[in-house]
Design a protein around this ligand. Structure first.
Ligand code: ADP
Length: 516
């Protein structure tokens, strides 16, 4: 690979692939960061929702505590107490039992909610046992209370449905309230949960041991819950929450995939563009190289006949040649070389006309046997002199066709010229005309050096010359076959080439009979 091409590849890699790779890695890292930031924000949001539900439940119980204090304040008769507790239980159906006692258990009161009807008791063995079991906790609650903090503590209990809550009551006493867990969640907390969840979240309260659902604002799958938190007052229950519809991870992943797909698409596009750019630049470089070769080839092509013409003309002019035979030979050389010169100049002119789109063809009825036999007559003597076996095998059945006789003649001369130039030691050239499957074929065959497979693709390109072997020493412009192709195309024909290196080549020009 040549140096400039290597450079182009490097530059293309630098300007196409590198930015894409850089951009991709930047995207992936930024996506990871985005994902983390979004998840953190989201997690915090869920946590604060869970926190606010818990906070609300404490506030609620605190408000009940205030109500109980109001009911018990002052000296009330049992009937009055019952009346007021009835009202309290009517509003607060979740509270099933209230036990109030001093720390020595000498002054006790138990109020039970039996179907919203209060029953009062002065002795409650069950509650005494619970209070005794939780002595240490009670002492701690007193300590909190004395330092100004009213804390409500849930107690462990074997009762599945009732949650006991213990708190300090009016400074000296304490209270244990038995609360129906289900009613508390469904009647007291549900509206708060619903208010927070709105249409964005699914919230579910469930038993953390049995996984049975106590409440849900919408049917939710426990396995999909994104954030969960113990309900402070009912530690056996958990409140779980999840985003409706797509999850944050889903959204982030979706973005990740779309970004990755667009990056891959972009990369492919850039590779295609890069490849296209590379091909074009490579072509331009090759063309520039070929053009500079062309200039030196043409100079050489012109110089050789000119030198011969001037040498033999001078010799003749000075009358140095006495023998008539020699003179005729020199005239012959001058005439042949000037023909060669005019052919080179003509082919360059034709080529420049083609390039400028100005090449004109004059179509008329022609017999291609006539065209080829004229060429054969002109070249036969000269080629025989050069030691060539030159044969023309015309077809007997060749209809007259419409074509530009001169242009076709130019194409055939170019092929014969090449056959001669690239024949090497095996000097045989055959020209044939044929009538084949709706085409008139002119075939020029040699037994020369042949053309390699890769070169066969390129020899019709302008200025292209195969760069191996004999071609090195044989000068040419690289325009001959370009002209041939153009002429055949103008006749809507085809060129077929069969060639093998070392064995020779056969060029076939096919002119469609109908279109001619
Ligand atoms: P030129 O002959 O002036 O180099 P052409 O366009 O006529 O240019 O041919 C292009 C190339 O094709 C030649 O340089 C040669 O390498 C190859 N070529 C053409 N004809 C033959 C042939 N008959 N045998 C071998 N090689 C050929």
């Amino acid at each position: 690979m040549s140096k400039p091409i290597k450079k182009i590849i490097l530059i293309l890699i630098l300007i196409t692939i590198l930015p894409v790779v850089f951009f991709t890695s930047l995207q992936v890292t930024s996506l990871n960061n985005d994902e983390k930031i979004i998840s953190d924000i989201y997690k915090n949001q869920l946590e604060s929702i869970l926190f606010s539900v818990n906070q609300y439940s404490e506030d609620l119980v605190n408000s009940w505590l205030k109500n109980i204090e109001t009911v018990l304040s002052g000296n009330k008769t049992e009937a009055d107490l019952k009346k007021e507790f009835k009202m309290f239980f009517n509003q607060t159906t979740a509270v099933k039992e209230i036990f109030i006692s001093d720390s020595s258990f000498s002054d006790q009161l138990t109020v039970k909610n039996i179907n919203k009807v209060p029953e009062l008791y002065s002795q409650n063995e069950g509650m005494l046992k619970i209070a005794n079991d939780n002595r240490t906790l009670l002492n701690r609650l007193y300590k909190y209370y004395n330092s100004g903090f009213q804390k409500i503590e849930p107690l462990q209990s074997s009762n599945q449905n009732i949650q006991y809550l213990m708190f300090i009551f009016e400074g000296k006493k304490f209270c244990i309230a038995g609360i129906d867990k289900g009613i508390f969640i469904r009647q007291n907390l549900s509206s708060k949960i619903q208010g927070i969840a709105k249409d964005q979240f699914m919230a579910v309260v469930y038993d953390s041991v049995t996984n049975s659902k106590i409440y849900e604002n919408e049917t939710a799958d426990l396995n999909r819950i994104q954030q969960r938190e113990k309900i402070w007052l009912i530690p056996g229950y958990k409140l779980g929450i999840l985003l409706k519809g797509r999850t944050i991870e889903g959204l982030v992943n979706e973005r990740l995939y779309t970004n990755l797909i667009s990056i891959v698409g972009l990369l492919l596009l850039m590779i295609v563009v890069g490849w296209y750019g590379y091909r074009n630049i490579k072509k331009e470089i090759e063309l520039a190289q070929i053009k500079s070769d062309f200039v030196s080839n043409v100079s050489h092509e012109l110089r050789t006949p000119l030198a011969l013409i001037s040498m033999f003309a001078e010799t003749l002019e000075m009358n140095r040649v006495k023998s008539e035979v020699k003179k005729q030979e020199y005239y012959g050389i001058i005439s042949h070389e000037s023909n060669r010169l005019s052919r080179i100049v003509n082919s360059i002119l034709s080529f420049s006309q083609i390039e400028a789109g100005k090449k004109k063809y004059n179509f008329a009825e022609v017999n291609l046997n006539d065209v080829v036999s004229k060429i054969f007559e002109t070249y036969n003597y000269h080629l025989a002199n050069k030691g060539f076996a030159f044969r023309f095998e015309p077809s007997n059945d060749l209809p007259e066709v419409k074509g530009d006789g001169e242009a076709i003649s130019e194409a055939v001369i170019n092929l014969i010229d090449n056959a001669v130039k690239y024949s090497g030691e095996n000097k045989q050239v055959f020209v044939r005309t044929k009538n084949e499957n709706g085409f008139i074929v002119i075939e020029v065959e040699d037994r020369g050096i042949g053309i390699s497979k890769p070169d066969q693709q390129k020899i019709f390109d302008k200025f292209y010359r195969a760069s191996k072997g004999l071609v090195h020493n044989t000068k040419g412009t690289g325009l001959g076959l370009t002209l041939v192709k153009h002429i055949v195309d103008a006749h809507k024909g085809k060129i077929e080439l069969q060639s093998e290196t070392g064995k020779g080549s056969s060029f076939r020009l096919l002119f469609p009979i109908k279109n001619l």
